[in-house]
Ligand binder design. Structure first.
Ligand SMILES: C[S@@+](CC[C@H](N)C(=O)[O-])C[C@H]1O[C@@H](n2cnc3c(N)ncnc32)[C@H](O)[C@@H]1O
Length: 271
């Protein structure tokens, strides 16, 4: 890819997804575009750039989705889920005792392991929530990932990553060679596509927002804008979970880091 095409491609990607690609990551374009070139019978990356400039909506979406990194696993990093279980959810339950409704948002949820980990954790350790209105909104830019979350189906390899065997046996059933999350857990999730850069119409007020391992791909101005938008949907005093390499420091002073080991948990100031 020549310099001009690389510049066009990275600007296109950043404008549409926020993902900032460094020059050293050019190999990612080669590997991730190869299947699209083949499927769409496009000769090479230069021809792809010409096609993108033409504005073909389907092709543009395919390219952006293919450039996302969807790495995830059940109970990823463990500590945030321990903090959620031992500290944060008990506080939320106490606060919502009258209303008996809890709204969680897993933004950039990839193929769903994060929201399903939360749903399983709530079913497993908080039987008192039966009869409460609990909803976990799972959103991602990628249509393919949202479809996968909706289906709640995982390979043996995927369930081997982070899901303890007793929880697999209790909350999943076999579907051919794959495993599917049981309906009573699936029904806690609402799944939809959402590009964090676009309008957040229809996002409900949340008690807790998980937005982990996605801000890391964005530049500071985009991170700031997103943290600011989260303040509008997180209730005052609500909780924000970021990934291990992410922080609100120097980006947004309205969140305070909680001193819970390696949890990546922040609290939004009260109104
Ligand atoms: C590395 S995964 C993180 C999944 C999960 N949160 C975790 O920590 O395991 C990053 C996800 O962010 C999504 N993503 C990237 N840019 C996005 C955007 N602008 N809006 C919404 N989702 C985006 C990608 O599609 C991908 O599924």
């Amino acid at each position: 890819m020549n310099d001009a095409d690389f510049k066009f491609f990275t600007t296109f990607l950043k404008e549409r997804s926020g993902i900032a690609l460094e020059a050293s990551k050019q190999y990612l374009i080669d590997t991730r575009m190869a299947p699209i070139l083949k499927e769409k019978k496009i000769a090479d990356l230069a021809a792809l750039v010409v096609a993108l400039k033409g504005g073909d909506k389907v092709l543009c979406e395919m390219v952006v989705e293919a450039m996302t990194t969807n790495e995830t696993s059940f109970f990823r990093d463990v500590s945030p889920f321990d903090a959620f279980r031992n500290e944060i959810l008990p506080r939320v339950i106490e606060r919502k005792e009258r209303e008996r409704k809890i709204q969680i948002w897993s933004a950039a949820s990839s193929s769903g392991q994060e929201p399903y980990s939360l749903a399983i954790l709530m079913r497993e350790h908080f039987p008192q929530l039966a009869g409460w209105g609990v909803n976990i909104l799972a959103t991602d830019l990628s249509k393919e990932m949202v479809q996968k979350t909706t289906n709640g189906e995982y390979s043996q390899l995927e369930v081997n990553r982070g899901l303890p065997a007793p929880l697999l046996a209790k909350y999943f059933h076999r579907k051919g060679v794959r495993w599917q999350v049981n309906d009573d857990v699936r029904k806690l999730l609402t799944c939809r596509t959402l590009n964090l850069l676009e309008n957040w119409v229809g996002i409900p007020t949340a008690d807790v927002v998980f937005i982990r391992n996605v801000l890391i791909y964005f530049e500071p101005d985009v991170k700031k804008a997103i943290l600011g938008k989260i303040r509008k949907v997180l209730r005052p005093g609500g909780y924000l979970f970021l990934g291990g390499a992410e922080s609100t420091l120097n980006l947004d002073s309205h969140y305070k880091r909680l001193d819970i080991a390696r949890s990546g948990c922040f609290q939004l100031e009260e109104a």
